[in-house]
Design a protein around this ligand. Structure first.
Ligand code: HEC
Ligand code: HEC
Length: 329
């Protein structure tokens, strides 16, 4: 009996050993796992950026650099014909100079390069459409160090690699790096697209930076509350109801019920805002009782079901950016 178990045990060890051996051989053959230790360590240099530009960053699918690459539909980032007489390192200085002249504010060539990746719609190259990929959002999802490496590579195209401008960024670049970090922290997402999602779904109930409606709480500075708070607040609004925004149920003498937020409470009448945004005025003399329903929020619980996964991700990254408090407060 014991020896039978022993044999089975030895057989198992042999089988297991064989699997491990085959597994590691396959891993070696495919070159897998070798890079695992290098993940997260990005080489912020022209060489590190070059690897990303022609690899993970997928820049080469739209851009060529001089006569390297085969993409033709987007601006060539090297010297190419009359339109691109300067490679992007030098071209960025020209574009930055024009911007400074126009706005009167200091703006460096690095600021331009960082902006072209962090917020491509801020400046659209003449003759092209606003079709630049959001390279820090899925599916490309470069992190902030990878973006810095790519900028180093772009700087080096007829310009100067300036590590200081990446390690000690100007105010303009720093704000863009923050934008990318916030998006990455939110699981990837495009804050510009998120702003549109926000405007379509949230402004008619919330104020943000002085704009919107006052049904729900002001969302200015919401990013400081963190990602999981925001996720919860949208996926399951009733879980934690913000103080002062409890849902009231008003029962009138004739049995009619109205559910919503108490927006106005005057001596002879009250206003209730329903989750549809409709305002109902009720005379106090008609009211039988007012109770608080702790299980439901006026904020609809199914908003995120109406959003695509991408919309939701974009929305979160936009909200995570809302860290500044309104001036004067
Ligand atoms: C889906 C296509 C696409 C991908 C992918 C893409 N871009 Fe672009 N890029 C564009 C388009 C279109 C423009 C021109 C419109 C604009 O200025 O936003 C542009 C503009 C630029 C500019 C400004 C060029 C100038 O003349 O001022 C830079 C710099 C740039 N891209 C760098 C990159 C880098 C680096 C990557 C990879 C990390 C990348 N792009 C990925 C389409 C793309
Ligand atoms: C019909 C009105 C309505 C709509 C639409 C709405 N909300 Fe709300 N929201 C509320 C109300 C009321 C509260 C307070 C009650 C609660 O906590 O559930 C609230 C609470 C919140 C909170 C918590 C705020 C805090 O300080 O605790 C966040 C975050 C939030 N909403 C985000 C959003 C986002 C993002 C959208 C759009 C996708 C949205 N809301 C759409 C009404 C709305």
């Amino acid at each position: 009996m014991t020896s039978a178990i022993g044999k089975v045990f030895i057989l198992l060890l042999v089988v297991l050993g064989t699997f491990l051996l085959i597994g590691s051989t396959i891993t070696d053959l495919t070159g897998g796992e070798k890079d695992v230790s290098a993940v997260g360590k990005v080489d912020i240099s022209p060489e590190g950026g070059e690897e990303i530009f022609w690899g993970k960053g997928r820049c080469y699918t739209c851009h060529s650099v001089g006569d390297r690459g085969s993409a033709v539909r987007c601006p060539n980032l090297g010297v190419f014909g009359q339109k691109f007489a300067l490679a992007i390192g030098a071209r960025a200085s020209e574009r930055a100079k024009l911007r400074s002249e126009k706005t009167g504010e200091e703006y460096t060539s690095t600021d331009y390069l960082v902006e072209s990746l962090a917020k491509p719609d801020a400046f659209v190259v003449e003759g092209f459409k606003n079709e630049m990929a959001i390279v820090f959002a899925p599916p490309i999802s470069l992190n902030v160090d990878e973006i810095k490496a790519v900028v180093a590579y772009l700087q080096s195209q007829d310009g100067e690699f300036d590590i200081d401008s990446l390690e000690n960024p100007s105010e303009v670049s720093a704000a863009y790096f923050q934008r990318i970090e916030a998006a990455t922290a939110a699981g990837g997402g495009d804050p510009s697209a998120g702003e549109v999602v926000y405007e379509d779904n949230c402004t008619y109930c919330h104020m943000l930076n002085g704009e919107g409606e006052e049904v729900g709480p002001d969302l200015t500075g919401m990013g400081t509350k963190g990602l999981s708070f925001l996720e919860d607040a949208i996926i399951n609004p009733a879980k934690v109801i913000t103080k002062g925004y409890e849902t009231r149920v008003v029962v009138e003498n004739d049995g009619r019920q109205t559910k919503g937020l108490l927006m106005r409470d005057d001596p002879d009448e009250i206003d209730i805002v329903k989750d549809t945004g409709d305002v109902v005025t009720i005379a106090k003399s008609d009211i039988k009782e007012i109770t608080i329903d702790e299980t439901s929020s006026v904020m609809p619980g199914d908003i995120n079901e109406a959003l695509t996964v991408k919309d939701f991700q974009d929305l979160l990254s936009y909200l995570m950016l809302q860290k500044q408090v309104e001036e004067g407060s």
